[in-house]
Write a protein that binds this ligand. Structure first.
Ligand code: AHR
Length: 507
């Protein structure tokens, strides 16, 4: 208790008296594009993410669906302009055999989900269902191959099954028999998942040798987009792993390096997702802010071997992770409060600002698991505060990053109160996203930006960090217009409320 009070006191005493934050948008330094894939998602066969989440089954007459996928979820994901979806895991990918989940549903093999709760998996949602869903969403699929209990042959055949021309082999005949004549043309392929842990507890050297076998066997067919192979990177500050991969994998066999980082302050006691102390709030934000260091240090090592930044960083698992809700909802089901909106706002700003190296990121996980953007309960569905941040920030997708320089900020130990990123889209319109992680104080902010005449703004905020949407009160937290700002002489001045995410949209 005493330690907790000391920590809070330290945070408070670090706040400068003026509380003035000064930022300059440096448009003349603009050169990088913020890949839309930074706004990607991740869906695993875990808890109620796929079954009783995204997929309710073709036979379901109560919940409106298309090919078994909830229509309300399809609509919500389309609204986000979801750029990509990673599947089938996570840890599940390393026990997954794709051939178990194709063909007539009543003939599919039932397996035990050894990664998540040992439940029976009937494989009703397989390759066809997933890739058809991505087509409906207009999202790029990102498939993770089984590198632990699977084989190189199995991965090679999966790729052939989904990507090769019709009639090129018996695998493409099989695809046609199963109802799909033309290939899906899948570009993104993850080779392994957390191979240092659930993916096989490998050493980096062992992983690299195995990776090279997969990456050599998995080839781009003449009819496909060039294959984008993603190697496993670290999920902790194990930068030796990054070094080993970058040093030993030939440049022509790797396109991306994946890293994972969850904002967990204590893995043995992750705390409640909606009943937490101020101290726990700041500890979570500190872990979220670690993403900045994690990306910078990985980038530094990658620069040694790849200064042209040809190999891109893929943060394919990120988000808040708390104790599973005791009241049910499935494995790793958690509530999503304004704290999660702050994690999302801050993290997306970090990704945007590292657009020169970060190509893709996948929030864990889309529906009913971890920092979900959507929660479901029978026919009801709610959009979480994190969903709203993704929606407010989607203007940054494929826009040009406008570097910003923070000249003064308010800090809490190592955490900056205000984070920012800015971009300019193809129509020349500029957008600025800001967060104020302070739990109780408004901050005065001045942003210098050339030739800005007028803009509108939206804010997502709430009185208490624990506030969240519920099935009875689904719109408690949703974005509203923000008017507390002035634009004059190339400056935006605003007072940003505590616990808030604000986005400016140039008119
Ligand atoms: O997202 C949940 C799990 O977290 C994933 O399956 C695994 O890759 C990570 O440890």
């Amino acid at each position: 208790m005493k330690a907790a009070l000391n920590l809070i006191f330290l945070f408070i005493s670090c706040v400068s008296m003026a509380q003035q934050v000064k930022i300059t948008i440096q448009e003349s330094r603009a050169k990088d594009t913020i890949s839309k894939h930074i706004y990607g998602h991740f869906a695993e066969h875990l808890g109620r993410c796929i079954y009783d989440g995204i997929y309710v089954g073709e036979e379901n007459k109560i919940i409106p669906n298309t090919n078994g996928v909830r229509n309300d979820i399809i609509k919500a994901l389309k609204e986000l302009q979801i750029p990509n979806l990673r599947w089938p895991g996570g840890c599940f990918a390393d026990i997954y055999h794709w051939k178990d989940a194709i063909g007539p549903k009543d003939q599919r093999k039932h397996i035990e989900n050894l990664s998540w709760g040992n439940i029976r998996e009937n494989n009703a949602f397989g390759t066809h269902e997933f890739l058809d869903l991505c087509e409906q969403l207009g999202a790029e699929p990102y498939l993770a191959v089984n590198m632990n209990s699977g084989t190189v042959q199995e991965a090679m055949e999966w790729e052939q099954y989904v990507n090769n021309e019709n009639g090129s082999s018996s695998l493409t005949d099989l695809r046609a028999t199963n109802g799909r004549k033309k290939p899906w043309n899948v570009k993104y392929w993850g080779i392994g998942n957390e191979s240092w842990d659930c993916g096989g507890h490998m050493t980096a050297d062992y992983y690299v040798n195995l990776y090279k076998r997969y990456a050599t066997a998995m080839t781009s067919y003449s009819n496909t987009k060039k294959l984008y192979r993603i190697a496993v990177g670290p999920g902790t500050p194990d930068y030796e792993w990054t070094e080993t991969v970058m040093k030993n994998v030939p440049a022509r066999r790797i396109e991306g390096l994946s890293v994972h980082h969850y904002s967990v302050f204590d893995w043995s006691n992750k705390g409640s997702s909606f009943e937490f102390t101020d101290n726990e709030y700041y500890k979570t934000m500190k872990r979220a802010w670690f993403m900045e260091e994690f990306i910078s240090k990985n980038d530094e090592i990658m620069n040694k071997y790849d200064p042209e930044k040809r190999v891109e960083l893929i943060v394919d698992e990120w988000g808040g992770w708390y104790e599973t809700m005791p009241s049910g909802g499935g494995l790793l089901y958690q509530q999503n409060t304004i704290r999660d909106a702050m994690i999302a706002g801050m993290t997306l700003n970090i990704f945007n600002n590292h657009a020169d190296r970060v190509h893709m990121a996948n929030l864990a996980q889309t529906v009913n698991v971890l920092q979900a953007i959507i929660l479901t309960k029978e026919e009801k569905m709610i959009l979480t505060p994190t969903y709203h941040v993704m929606n407010m920030y989607k203007v940054h997708q494929d826009a040009t990053l406008l570097p910003s320089k923070i000249e003064s900020n308010v800090t809490y130990g190592s955490i900056p109160a205000v984070t920012i990123s800015a971009s300019k889209n193809n129509d020349g319109k500029r957008h600025i996203s800001l967060t104020n992680v302070d739990i109780s104080k408004s901050l005065d902010v001045e942003i210098t930006i050339d030739k800005l005449k007028s803009a509108t703004a939206k804010i997502l905020t709430s009185g208490k960090a624990q506030d969240h949407n519920t099935f009875d009160n689904p719109n408690k937290i949703s974005p509203v217009d923000f008017k507390d700002f002035k634009i004059k002489n190339n400056k935006i001045t605003l007072t940003i409320p505590p616990l808030s995410v604000v986005v400016f949209y140039e008119n």
